[in-house]
Design a protein around this ligand. Sequence first.
Ligand code: ADP
Length: 457
Amino acid sequence: MKRSKMKISVKWKLTLLYTFFMTLLACVIIAILLSLSNETILASIQTELKESVENAFQDIGWDDGGLDIDNDIMEVEQGIYLSVYNENSEIIYGKIPHGFMDIPPMQEGQLRTLQDSGTRWYVYDSSAEIEGYGKLYVRGIVSVTRAEESITIFLRFTLILLPLMVLLTAFIGYRFTKRVMRPVYAAARTAEEIYESGDLSKRIPEGRGNDELHKLIQCLNQMLEWLEETFAREKQFTSDVSHELRTPVAVILSQCENLLDEEEMPKKFREDVEVIKRKAAAMSRMISQLLMLSRADQNRLELNRELVDLSMLAEIVAEDQQEIADKKSIIIYTKVEPELTGYADETMLIRLFVNLLGNAVRYGVEGGIVEFALWREGERICGSVKDNGIGISREALPHIWERFYQEDPTRNRPDESGAGLGLPMVKWIVQMHGGEIWAESEKGKGSTFGFWFPQKK
Ligand code: ADP
């Protein structure tokens, strides 16, 4: 079977598609993350810090002669530490981060970056007048180094994780598609097997499941069932018809012979009867070929292999065919290796040789030559029939093995025999012997038919 020029399987195409979109997504995410540079993130931390400090004043009030500070201030949200100071910059409440040793003087409404023991800090101070108490300061402190570190860690993590996710998607996607496509591969395999073996009894494994693919397989199997039945019926029909026709044709032939035995028959009648006899003989040959092929199709034909003197058989057939060849002044040369023996079905081999030599003579030219060779090559018996006849066109050559195929059915043939069944039968005989047959030809120059089959069973 000719395979299509498909280079990438559907399985891989789908996997590449998933992977492509996943990579695209990963690239977009990475691009967004990279565009959110440190500056942007740090700017948002600064805003956050300012807002937390300003909002802290809402948690401070004067109640019953004392300061009432909500303990929300003690909570460290998003790394922001808040602390409350009196007018003399003395801490009265809140938290200061560990490592922030130096307590700088207050600078209201100004965001500062301070360095302390290897860590950078953002510090923001603000003050407000608390009714009943007086001026109060709130200071917010956040570690810049920690924020930067977490950004780097996050970026690094994403850069590792995203490619891993792409790989994982590709892997899972491939496995998944392979699984989903399994029934399709099984169907293709069965179709190929049926094509190669011609065995219509094969079925595609249906497996479990009830999806569209399983439905398709069920339909294909039903179709194969129908095809098998139709072919079997057709084979039976051909076999029955050929069988039924054998007797009447045999009767026609024998009646013709009886009539031709009549010596007093007028010349005109005699010629007519001879035409009928020739046609009936051709029909009889055709019926027996058809019967043989239909039996072969139904596996009802078996070879009867025995040790055959191939050299003798070849010489006898060549001698017989020489009589027919004489009418066209064709000479059959034999190049048969002496004492060649092999396990084969003698009757079938006679048919093989007769058909090949018969064709070489039939399609040979007046005064032409035919070369019939038979030899041994290791464990094989090889043969060839070569003529310098009309040849076969390049277009017709692949079709000569098909049933009822004739390159030119209107061609005038002296013996009026043949219906395009000879070569299919020849091919079947060689294949049943476990061998191969082929043809080479050039229009107007001649043809060569070559074959081989194993010498032993
Ligand atoms: P047919 O009964 O027509 O000879 P075959 O099956 O024997 O049927 O051959 C099929 C066709 O192959 C023939 O009709 C002919 O066109 C071609 N063919 C076979 N053998 C030869 C040959 N030796 N030279 C030229 N054409 C040939």
